[in-house]
Design a protein around this ligand. Structure first.
Ligand code: ADP
Ligand code: MG
Length: 284
């Protein structure tokens, strides 16, 4: 961490540290804060007959260097949660903080800045610009940030190499397979060295071989110290995470450790049938 603009500890100046008063089970102050901490998130869309409570009192804590998968039925609030975590949206109530710095009440301008500086997004449909080459797509976040292309060219090459597509750098997205496009999208998400990578169904539009390659890449990033929160429908993908958190009807309904696809499938089946995923989430 500590890669952002000036401000205390290298964070943007509008991210003020909030006093930590949260008691631990043993009554002591929390020594090391989690990287990401969401508490009591509420989000409602529409009013009256069309009102949808997308999130109800959602808590989620993510440690630095951890990979957390979020699973749940369609419409359960996964994307809504990811958007709030990634500063694409604000909760109606509750708080969300990165390294103890709240960002749920920032202005639109500050949220936009934070999004570019602190978070990297990977979407289901890659969202590459079709008229730009792979390398230009990776470079784009730096251009948007007003940096000179020459300054980041080396980093672009490095990232394209990291995702295994050095020989495809000058190809247009239409000349790449889905899996290759997603790997370019991951390189793009990494360009500004994000504190947290958020991925919304990154393998949802890929065949299983390409999906495995993309998941292997995300897991390698985490093993290198990157923190990742990923929404997925795929139990095998979720099992690559350190922890799988289940959401149902806008509420966290349980969590299991990653590492074992069968355990994830069992827990997901229980969530879909309305039962707890396997115990309530551990208090953190
Ligand atoms: P998931 O990603 O788990 O499929 P979402 O977070 O996209 O679910 O949506 C949760 C619920 O909130 C759904 O009922 C969805 O229709 C509703 N919803 C999400 N975004 C909006 C929006 N911008 N306006 C109105 N309803 C929305
Ligand atoms: Mg979604």
């Amino acid at each position: 961490m500590g890669r952002c603009t000036d401000g205390a500890g290298g964070w943007p100046p509008y991210l003020r540290r909030v006093p930590d008063t949260s008691p631990r089970d043993d009554g002591q102050q929390v020594a090391a804060r989690p990287l990401l901490e969401a508490r009591g998130l509420e989000r409602t869309f529409g009013t009256g007959a069309t009102e949808v409570r997308a999130l109800r009192s959602v808590d989620l804590v993510v440690a630095e260097g951890e990979m957390v998968a979020i699973m749940g039925p369609s419409g359960s609030g996964k994307s809504t949660l990811l958007h709030i975590l990634g500063a694409l949206d604000r909760p109606d109530a509750g708080s969300v903080a990165v390294d103890g710095r709240r960002y749920d009440q920032l202005s639109d301008r500050e949220l936009t800045e934070l999004r570019g500086e602190v978070f990297g997004f990977v979407f289901q449909f890659f969202n590459l610009l079709p008229t730009l080459t792979a390398a230009e797509n990776v470079l784009l976040p730096a251009l948007v940030n007003g940096e000179r292309p020459g300054k980041v060219a080396g980093r672009v090459d490095e990232l394209i190499g990291l995702v295994g597509l050095a020989d495809r750098a000058s190809h247009l997205p239409t000349e790449l397979s889905g899996g290759e496009q997603q790997r370019i999208a991951i390189a793009r998400a990494l360009l500004r060295d994000p504190v947290l990578v958020l991925a919304d169904e990154p393998t949802g539009n890929l065949d299983s071989a390409s999906g495995s390659a993309v998941m292997g890449l995300l897991r390698d990033l985490v093993d290198g110290g990157q923190t990742v929160v990923m929404v997925t429908h795929d139990p095998a993908a979720a099992a690559l995470a350190d922890r799988v958190v289940f959401i149902r009807d806008g509420s966290v309904s349980g969590e299991v450790a990653g590492g074992d696809t069968d355990r994830v499938i069992d827990a997901f089946r229980r969530v879909e049938s309305g039962a707890p995923a396997g115990g309530s989430p551990a208090p953190r």
